[in-house]
Design a protein around this ligand. Structure first.
Ligand SMILES: Cc1cc2nc3c(=O)[nH]c(=O)nc-3n(C[C@H](O)[C@H](O)[C@H](O)COP(=O)(O)OP(=O)(O)OC[C@H]3O[C@@H](n4cnc5c(N)ncnc54)[C@H](O)[C@@H]3O)c2cc1C
Length: 528
């Protein structure tokens, strides 16, 4: 009897030490730890970064800090890509308007590292719980508290919709969730939709609707064809890898003041040349066809390395146009076709819109950020007057409010901005009945078509950062959130991390020590 008690106690202590002290993140160390940390003073190496989104800015930071001459060519009037801010004049005032509200998660290791290096962490605050409304369920306020897996039991226990007994019916799904394995997940489910996976694993409908559908919505992808492998990876990053995985921070200022401005300043201080309004159309090869050295926008410039960090569709266009240029040169054509064999087949997600509306009145007692995954075409609503100083000041002065509506997978075609409100109005009024009595004072619509799709049957085409080396183009690398990484990553963190990987590729080839890359574990946390 005494032995049995000791055994049970030992198991409980072991289990507790497992859950209370989660496995540390995985650190991928430089493959050349003995190389110098910087390029020698007497050596000059020029790097071209195409695209000034997070991936391009990340690559530029790592390389310029180590003594490389970096030039960023950015097609837009500002850097930041899908995290940019533009000044817009409305209501006799200039407003900093972002592409749309963003959140940074706890496991965004490279992103947090950059925020610390920029000294901008005080421009962020915690977003404690995520509030959801649904059509067929009670509202939820979802957050994780306590050690894993008690945090998950707590989440279900607090839920007015989900029951622990239902969860037990879905033991089959536990294997893929708790015992997730990144190394095999794409082999198993790259061509299975999340819906098919959930059906096959008997995931209770309430769990699917309340926990999975909302994450699907914020991928900006079509839900019905999203790959289960990709979504199970998201689940690890954002929920399961440890009990604080879902903790997130948001900016208290617009993205330009909070992050992108300080980042740009740091790059300029390292001598980075940032050329705005400079769209790269084609790459130029050197004479022996061994590497890309320039662009058609300024063929006189010569680069030792090129990092393509533009959006996926732009990279496809640049490569296709370059292939046309070199069509008669078999050696070069083969190399570009090798790149295109992968990149060309990757689709973009449907277009999306983000609409910011200035109203004459304010909502009462509503969460500042509300996710509405079952209210297509609206996925998320943010009360900017509760979030950022400029908006709060205006709201206090006028009694008005500013709401941002995220309209993902836009399915109403190519409509003019002045029609958007009419189309979303019935749903907006269903979410906030008070809005019926509000007057619109001004609005701004950001429309884009720049999100990669992670649908089924595409994984086999998704290249890694260094795939161009396999096409005998070792001075070229890719960066961006559309790539495959050998470890779990997604969205902004995938952009920043692939930027660092591209920089690491350049550092290695020039004999300079690479930077660490940190990720969550390849395997799920298990339960026992
Ligand atoms: C509304 C919205 C909400 C989001 N919310 C979140 C969130 O909460 N959390 C999260 O992690 N992620 C979020 N994301 C995703 C995140 O914004 C992206 O994953 C990330 O910004 C992608 O960065 P990137 O550098 O890979 O690409 P991009 O930001 O697209 O950068 C590509 C850059 O290349 C430039 N470019 C394109 N073509 C050319 C050319 N030919 N020549 C030169 N330059 C060119 C573009 O102008 C752009 O600046 C959200 C995205 C959107 C749109």
């Amino acid at each position: 009897m005494r032995n049995r008690t000791i055994c049970i106690l030992a198991v409980v202590i072991l289990w507790f030490s497992w859950v209370a002290f989660p496995r540390p993140p995985r650190v991928i160390k430089p493959v050349n730890p003995n190389d110098p940390t910087n390029l020698p003073d007497q050596v000059t190496k020029n790097v071209l970064v195409i695209g000034g989104g997070l991936a391009g800015l990340s690559a530029a930071l790592e390389l310029s800090e180590r003594g490389f001459n970096v030039s960023i060519k950015e097609a837009d009037t500002v850097v930041g890509g899908r995290l940019h801010t533009k000044d817009v004049k409305l209501l006799n005032q200039t407003w900093p308007i972002e592409t749309g509200f963003h959140a940074w998660f706890n496991n965004y290791f490279q992103s947090h590292d950059i925020l610390e290096r920029l000294g901008v962490t005080s421009n962020f605050r915690r977003w404690e719980a995520v509030d959801y409304i649904f059509r067929d369920y009670e509202p939820e306020s979802i957050y994780s508290k306590g050690p894993y897996p008690l945090n998950l039991f707590g989440l279900i226990h607090r839920s007015p919709n989900m029951k622990l007994t239902d969860a037990l019916h879905s033991v089959k799904s536990l294997v893929d969730l708790a015992y997730f394995q990144y190394d095999t997940i794409f082999e198993k489910y790259a061509n299975t939709t999340l819906e098919e996976w959930a059906r096959d694993k008997d995931v209770p409908q309430s769990f699917y609707d309340i926990l999975m559908k909302p994450i699907l919505s914020v991928t900006l992808n079509r839900r019905d064809i999203f790959s289960a492998a990709e979504m199970l990876t998201y689940n690890q990053i954002y929920f399961l890898s440890d009990s604080s995985a879902d903790h997130r921070i948001i900016t208290t200022k617009n993205f330009q003041d909070a992050v992108i401005g300080p980042w740009t300043q740091m790059l300029l201080s390292y001598g980075v040349r940032i050329q705005l309004n400079t769209k790269v159309e084609q790459l130029v090869m050197n004479n022996d066809g061994s590497k890309f050295i320039s662009t058609t926008s300024n063929p006189d410039e010569q680069f030792d390395h090129v990092i393509m960090a533009a959006s996926l569709d732009s990279i496809q266009n640049i490569l296709k146009s370059t292939e046309k240029q070199y069509h008669d040169n078999e050696q070069i054509r083969n190399k570009i076709n090798c790149l295109l064999r992968k990149v060309e087949k990757l689709p973009m997600a449907p277009p999306y819109k983000v609409m910011r509306v200035w109203f004459d009145k304010q909502l009462q007692n509503k969460p500042e950020i509300l996710e509405t995954p079952h209210h297509h075409p609206i996925n998320l609503v943010v009360q900017y007057n509760l979030l950022e100083e400029t908006y709060a000041e205006w709201a206090n002065r006028t009694g008005g409010s500013v709401l941002e509506f995220h309209l993902y997978t836009w399915s109403y075609g190519d409509v003019s901005d002045d029609r958007v409100w009419d189309l979303i109005r019935p749903t907006a009024e269903e979410i906030y009945p008070d809005i019926k009595y509000f007057k619109i004072l001004a609005y701004h619509v950001h429309s884009a078509n720049d999100f990669p799709s992670f649908e089924i049957n595409t994984h086999q085409f998704r290249p890694t950062v260094t795939y161009p080396t396999e096409c005998e183009l070792p001075n070229l690398s890719f960066a961006g959130d559309w790539l495959y990484t050998d470890f779990p990553s997604a969205l902004m963190e995938r952009a920043v991390t692939t930027g660092r990987q591209a920089a690491n590729h350049v550092l290695l080839s020039e004999g300079v020590r690479q930077s660490n890359i940190v990720s969550i574990n390849l395997d799920g946390p298990g339960i026992v």
